[in-house]
Design a protein. Structure first.
Length: 95
């Protein structure tokens, strides 16, 4: 199965960010965290991202904040965020 173009960086491999230090803040390019700088993702990862977007849309339809939904599900908000962003398999997310 062929890899797909990363939806975050659109195959460029980097995304814009801001770096701040003692001398102030400046714009910089960061390695894309979705594809880990490869510019492509697997079909399975694309499915995870799409399923996570549906999880988030469902939560927002019910007017729950991320923290409220995480509490209801018995997970940390950061874990729920990882499911919603496709970093974890949303099929394994508690319902």
């Amino acid at each position: 199965m062929a890899d797909l173009t990363c939806p975050t960086c659109r195959g460029v491999r980097t995304v814009g960010g801001v770096g701040c230090g003692p001398g102030g803040c400046r714009p910089l390019l960061l390695k894309c965290s979705t594809c880990r700088g490869t510019g492509t993702i697997t079909a399975e990862r694309a499915d995870w991202i799409n399923a996570g977007e549906r999880l988030r849309a469902d939560r927002l339809t019910r007017d729950f904040s991320l923290r409220e939904e995480a509490t209801r599900l018995g997970v940390r908000a950061s874990v729920l965020s990882d499911y919603e962003h496709g970093h974890l398999n949303p099929a394994e997310c508690p319902r």
